[in-house]
Design a protein around this ligand. Structure first.
Ligand SMILES: [Zn+2]
Length: 207
């Protein structure tokens, strides 16, 4: 597997880099998220976390935002970049509590879970201009949850021509700086988008 270092401006026009989603050259903020995450996914595999101590959604809030890729911390839930995105800018809304099922959320948690999902959409529209979204929760292993023990809502930005919903495999690039850049963009845009959401509640703020 070829590995390149550095996340220079040459990507995604690199020789040999392929992108079946047709995103290459489209000037959105998240271009370079792609390949590194897919490779991390393939190399790391996917397994269920049985213990709270091993749960990445429980561990993440204990770390610094930069290290955990958290973009916003709410009262009962937080928002984090998915290390294994279906699309660039793929966010996850997670309760702090290690609970598996949507019905386990309290009324307060349910309200903030929904509020953070809305703000995540506003932020992504602001920084990456997607034309659509996929939102959703996979419930249980049978339902397709990668980490079934800890509830999480996917917020996946979509662009016209980005292909099907499933990821593709390409080459590896250094990922740390790229992840950090995207995390910073989303985190910085969050407060303003949240304020805008409060001001326009009840009316769509889609373009
Ligand atoms: Zn957990």
């Amino acid at each position: 597997m070829q590995e390149t270092t550095g996340a220079g401006p040459e990507y995604p026009g690199d020789d040999g880099v392929t992108d079946d989603f047709g995103l290459a050259g489209v000037p959105d903020a998240f271009q370079r998220l792609w390949t590194p995450h897919r490779m991390a996914y393939i190399k790391g595999g996917q397994h269920q976390f049985k213990n709270v101590d091993d749960c990445p959604f429980c561990v993440a809030p204990e770390r610094e935002d930069d290290d955990s890729l958290i973009v916003y911390r709410g009262r009962t839930s937080y928002v984090v970049l998915n290390l294994f995105p279906y699309n660039p800018g793929h966010l996850l809304v997670c309760p702090y509590r290690h609970i598996p099922d949507y019905t386990d959320l309290t009324v307060e948690e349910t309200a903030e879970f929904a509020e953070l999902t809305q703000t995540a959409m506003r932020v992504l529209r602001k920084v990456a201009n997607p034309t659509g979204f996929n939102l959703g929760m996979n419930q249980g292993v049978t339902g397709g949850a990668g980490i079934a023990g800890h509830l999480h809502q996917h917020v996946v930005p979509r662009w016209g021509g980005d292909g099907n919903f499933f990821p593709i495999i390409a080459q590896t690039k250094a990922i740390t700086q790229t992840l950090g850049e995207v995390r910073q963009q989303v985190a910085e845009a969050w407060p303003q988008a949240n304020d805008a959401g409060q001001a326009t509640a009840g009316a769509t703020d889609a373009q």
